[in-house]
Write a protein that binds this ligand. Structure first.
Ligand code: GLU
Length: 435
């Protein structure tokens, strides 16, 4: 560490100050606490935390959309850019009814840390639009995506801030955004967003990258426990892009996926679910619920199955102090962002449950986004094998770096991952003369 070491920089976890010791359910407070704790563990000057405790800028926009019935409806959108210390900012855009400012701020901070753990030359960002995409027609969704990017156009760009898919957004939504931005600017700008359709400059392997990274982490975690994924039991909560791909890769590695759930319900089969069949069923019915040859189980109940590997792949705060003691998994690999509150994570650690934190476990997506952006800037495209090989290498290196700090410093994998990332940020601050 080249930053000067002080014995006690006096950084106090926000939870102690703001919540009076109660559980931290506000993701923004969790993000501050986790970053603050890493600063403290590293013995960094208070200044590092001061730079990181708030996003550099946040834009709140209104997006008027003409609905199919002819009326204008205004949606609220956010874009939070956390820090410019490493490079342009990077992160997805989610469309969800519960999006709010603190959530978007937290998610942008987690993106900074995620990029730091993987050593990507980005700070974090995140966007969100308050809407229920299930209630919108395709035309309305397109108008909303185009309206959102127009509203934030001056804040984003290949050298400034690069959006990507997140909850309820996909390559098509990215295609619309890239097209709208390119028209505004008067030139083709594939590097504006990542996770695009391949025909528009998307990268081979991007769509499955997050799920792939999750399973690489599951494999590495099991290896550290002297086990392999072959024959291990697993449960997956969430069957969107990340959860469904994670389930598929687990299945292909020979794991026995015994439980899967999505917002509409869950399925359980102690002998193992045929994941290909589940994918087919979900494509047809919009949910895994009702999959033949399985028993029905509540959406949240998959979390409590006695499995080797549990993969929460839905939203924040699904594991809290209220249900942490019901978790029976040996290993948790966090495919979602922020699925475990900091207090619940501590409880799980005390119970000997090995956790691969979100900022490492789900970083495969942004890693291949980085490859996509590099390919766009070079106008030179790599074959899928090259993308997968580089992804594998970077995920394993990041896992090893975090595991080493975990072992050497006797801290959780989560704390270790924050330490790896925050150290990099502090070094960059020092090199820029900020501290
Ligand atoms: N939304 C994804 C995440 O949370 C991917 C972000 C990106 O590819 O920029 O990591």
């Amino acid at each position: 560490m080249c930053a000067a070491k002080l014995p006690d920089p006096g950084i106090r976890p926000v939870a102690d100050v703001d919540t009076g010791g109660r559980e931290t359910l506000n993701p923004f407070h969790s993000a501050q606490m986790l970053i603050g704790n890493a600063c403290r563990e590293l013995g960094l000057p208070q200044a590092v935390y001061e730079y990181l405790k708030e996003p550099a800028r946040v834009l709140i926009v209104s997006i008027p959309v003409r609905m199919d019935n002819g009326e204008i409806r205004t949606f609220i959108g956010y874009r939070s850019q956390h820090t410019d210390v490493i490079g342009p900012t990077k992160g997805g855009v989610r469309f969800h009814p519960q999006v709010d400012l603190d959530e978007v701020k937290a998610l942008s901070m987690w993106m900074t840390i995620k990029c730091g753990v993987l050593g990507l030359p980005y700070g974090g960002a995140k966007g969100g639009v308050v809407c229920d995409p299930g209630q919108l027609s395709r035309r309305e969704l397109e108008a909303l995506a185009r309206g959102y990017i127009r509203a934030i156009a001056n804040m984003v760009g290949p050298e400034k801030d690069i959006p990507a898919p997140d909850v309820n957004t996909n390559p098509q939504v990215m295609g619309w955004m890239m097209d709208e931005y390119s028209k505004l600017r008067g030139f083709n700008a594939p590097g504006l967003v990542t996770g695009k359709p391949m025909i528009l400059g998307g990268s081979a392997g991007r769509a499955e990258a997050t799920g792939r990274g999750v399973v690489i982490c599951a494999r590495e975690a099991m290896r550290r426990l002297g086990r392999s994924l072959r024959g291990a039991t697993a449960a997956v909560q969430g069957f969107g892009n990340v959860g469904s791909n994670a389930a598929r890769f687990l299945y292909e590695e020979g794991a026995k996926v015994v439980g899967i759930s999505d917002v509409r319900g869950g399925v359980y089969n102690p002998d193992g679910i045929d994941v290909y069949q589940a994918l087919e069923w979900a494509r047809e019915h919009g949910t895994v619920a009702g999959l033949p040859g399985t028993q029905p189980i509540g959406s949240a109940d998959v979390l409590y199955l006695p499995v080797d590997v549990l993969i929460p792949a839905a939203l924040e705060n699904v594991i809290t102090l209220e249900n942490a003691d019901r978790i029976q998994a040996r290993v948790i690999v966090e495919a979602a962002n922020g699925p475990t509150t900091p207090e619940a994570a501590r409880r799980l650690t005390q119970r000997g449950i090995f956790q691969v934190p979100d900022i490492l476990a789900n970083a495969g997506g942004v890693t291949v986004s980085y490859f996509e952006w590099v390919q766009n800037l070079q106008n030179y495209y790599w074959p899928e094998e090259e993308v997968l090989e580089k992804l594998e290498q970077m995920m394993v290196n990041a896992f090893n770096a975090v595991y080493k700090v975990h072992q050497q410093r006797g801290v959780s994998m989560r704390r270790a991952a924050y330490m790896v990332a925050v150290k990099r940020l502090a070094d960059a601050m020092q090199a820029r003369g900020w501290i």
